[in-house]
Design a binder for this molecule. Structure first.
Ligand SMILES: Cc1ncc(C[n+]2csc(CCOP(=O)(O)OP(=O)(O)O)c2C)c(N)n1
Length: 625
């Protein structure tokens, strides 16, 4: 059947039984594909019926369907003409794991980060109102994303503008891990009152039957009715904010969904539809282990075993182990995550020190300021956050952490290219965003051993520190029990080279060493510096290097604009060091999904690329001379 669905318009002719059959087929497709490609299987399996019901009831793409994050939208991709491309999900040159406006007219909104759908959808509704249109706007937001401040800022304005739009709360009580916080608890309470809508209708019709006699009596009776409503009915936050609330409705019951969405469609005011779904629905391993199956890599369908090579421990694991080790002897150390406990590997820390671990939900802005508060009161908070999600907390880092010079450690995970998640998730802007902030020190080690040393040293610094580390496994170094100490602010001048010195930040130092060896075999004299610090930049070592080499090339897996190389250029220009300095990093463009190695080769940041850059440069210089 799936092959016959050219567009969602086809769904409008299907019977309920046919839709149910299609749902099963879509599930099979999602399972089979993600078993090979990896991807967000759990959320997507949970939203299959919801997707079919939405496209059936609404006249998409004229009606606007806005998905929060977009990771749950694989069924949406499949019914909007992307069956043939689905095998290439998240692959280089294939379709994105999220939604892309250029991929389909049905993808009216792009995301990857959580909490943006309500604001985006409200913008579309407001534009419609200004333009005099009639089209519906529907936003689908998860209970996890509903813990983000942005979602509440939007609810606030939706309730104020009172324009027609539907907010579907896709509530599976999971973020990546089980959802936490008072909002999550509130949704659970709302869920366990399934008779709410009926009870409300009963109370309303009962009150309606009360006769109103005389003006003053009428007012008194109205007040009494309000009081009865208040006492009898549980409070509903959506209604209190100005929404009409429908639900909770079983998100796997197609007729119920179609019915409730059909009703919502007729209302010309804000509507909240509370839909209960199950993450991983229809694939037992994903139902049983929703956290592991949020976004696994390739897996074996029959056993549900996620395929993993024998890789060295990840940088995240080493960072989390180090924090745990440091926390044993330092009671002031606390760890914070914004819904990424598993990804940042802080789950063990949470087990050992449950009182000193905080999962604040998908709320990076809050996490940063919360950390500032902890630090202001004498604690040593470590906020472990992916580079890409840290972007959301920029002002909080500037205004709350750094302006007050508070000793918060930002453990910046996934710094660099991230692979299959693509453009919205690349960790390649944080240096540019953080570098201008006074007080903040920024460091990145060349391997997992230096990561440990930097984290340990960061916890002794008087002010805020950002320690970056990449996605994926470390080099598999044997790590001593004792964390080696490291001179703060000092670069490591690894090898001397007369003609050119590669000044590298992060694991690309090892690539630089390989390139230097290859270049030496070609007759060039090439040095290598492991910079370690972006801020403070080790100007002393760089000045010394500049007196022993004829040129410098900086290397980083980060945007060139404002990155580490820029810091070196600023130093070189302001001190007039007198030798040419060039920078090599990532270009000023968004980088889609695909293996980091592919892009490193494309942008000449792999060994051969560096060799090519250096030989071209030095040969051109020789010809000029
Ligand atoms: C701002 C931001 N922080 C963190 C993440 C990482 N992340 C991706 S999906 C997810 C959980 C989403 O939960 P929910 O919105 O309930 O959707 P579900 O996957 O349960 O359907 C998280 C935390 C993100 N995408 N955006």
């Amino acid at each position: 059947m799936l092959e016959t669905v050219q567009s969602p318009k086809d769904l409008r002719h299907f019977s309920i039984n046919e839709l149910a059959e299609l749902a099963a087929e879509i599930r099979r497709k999602i399972i089979e594909t993600t078993a090979t490609t990896g991807g967000h299987i759990g959320a997507s399996l949970g939203a299959v019926e919801l997707t079919l019901a939405l496209h059936r009831v609404y006249d998409t793409p004229e009606d606007k369907l806005v998905w929060d994050i977009g990771h749950q939208a694989y069924a949406h991709k499949l019914v909007t003409g992307r069956v043939a491309q689905f095998a290439e999900l998240r692959q280089l040159g294939g379709i994105s794991g999220f939604l892309k406006r250029r991929e389909s007219p049905y993808d009216v909104w792009e995301a990857g980060h959580g909490g943006t759908a309500l604001a985006g959808a409200l913008g579309m509704a407001a534009a419609r109102d200004l333009q005099g249109g009639q089209r519906q706007v529907v936003a689908v937001v998860g209970d996890g994303a509903l813990t983000s401040g942005m979602a509440w800022e939007a609810l606030n304005q939706i309730g104020h503008l009172r324009t027609a739009m539907v907010v579907v709360v896709n509530d599976n009580s999971m973020s990546i891990a089980p959802n936490v916080g008072a909002i999550s608890r509130y949704l659970t309470e709302l869920r366990s009152a399934p008779a709410y809508t009926r009870l409300k209708q009963d109370v309303e019709s009962l009150l309606e039957a009360v006769p109103l006699v005389g003006e003053s009596l009428r007012r008194r009776v109205e007040r009494l009715k309000d009081l009865i409503r208040y006492v009898v009915l549980p409070q509903n936050v959506f209604e209190n904010l100005g929404f009409q609330y429908f639900g909770p409705v079983d998100g796997h019951d197609l007729p119920a969904l179609i019915n409730v969405l059909g009703n919502a469609r007729e209302i010309h005011a804000p509507v909240a539809v509370h839909v209960i779904t199950q993450k991983g629905r229809g694939y037992l391993p994903a139902e049983a282990q929703p956290e592991r199956f949020h976004g696994p890599g390739p897996f074996d369908i029959a056993s549900g075993r996620i395929r993993k090579g024998k890789e060295a421990p990840s940088y995240s694991q080493v960072a989390a182990d180090t924090l745990l080790q440091l926390a044993q002897s330092r009671p002031e150390v606390v760890a914070i995550t914004a819904a990424m406990g598993e990804g940042t590997k802080l789950d063990r820390f949470a087990e050992v020190f449950p009182q000193r671990f905080y999962d604040v939900g998908m709320a990076e802005q809050h996490a940063a300021t919360f950390a500032a508060g902890l630090a202001a009161a004498g604690m040593r908070p470590v906020f472990a956050v992916y580079s890409t999600f840290l972007q959301r907390a920029c002002d909080q880092i500037i205004h709350d952490i750094c302006h007050q010079n508070l000793p918060v450690t930002l453990a910046i995970d996934r710094a660099g290219l991230v692979g299959a998640d693509g453009a919205t998730h690349q960790g390649i802007y944080d240096i540019s965003l953080l570098r201008p902030i006074p007080h903040l020190e920024i460091a990145m080690g060349k391997d997992e051993s230096e990561l440990r040393s930097l984290l340990a040293a960061a916890l002794d610094r008087p002010g805020p520190v950002a320690v970056r580390y990449p996605r994926g496994s470390g080099r598999g170094l044997a790590l001593s029990e004792e964390i080696p100490s490291l001179a703060w602010g000092k670069a490591e001048w690894i090898r001397q080279g007369r003609q050119l010195t590669l000044v590298a930040l992060g694991p690309i130092v090892y690539t630089a060493l390989e390139a230097a060896t290859a270049l030496e075999a070609m007759g060039f004299s090439i040095g290598v510096v492991n910079a370690r610090f972006v801020k403070p930049l080790d100007k002393e070592t760089l000045s010394e290097v500049s007196r022993h080499t004829e040129a410098m090339l900086t290397l980083e897996e980060h945007s060139e604009a404002g990155g580490f190389g820029s810091a070196v250029l600023e130093w070189a220009a302001s001190e007039g060091i007198g030798i040419p300095v060039r920078i090599a990093g990532l270009p000023d463009s968004f980088i889609d999904q695909g293996p980091p190695a592919h892009y490193l080769a494309q942008f000449e940041l792999d060994r051969d690329g560096i060799v090519r850059r250096v030989t071209t440069w030095l040969q051109a210089a020789r010809e000029r001379a």
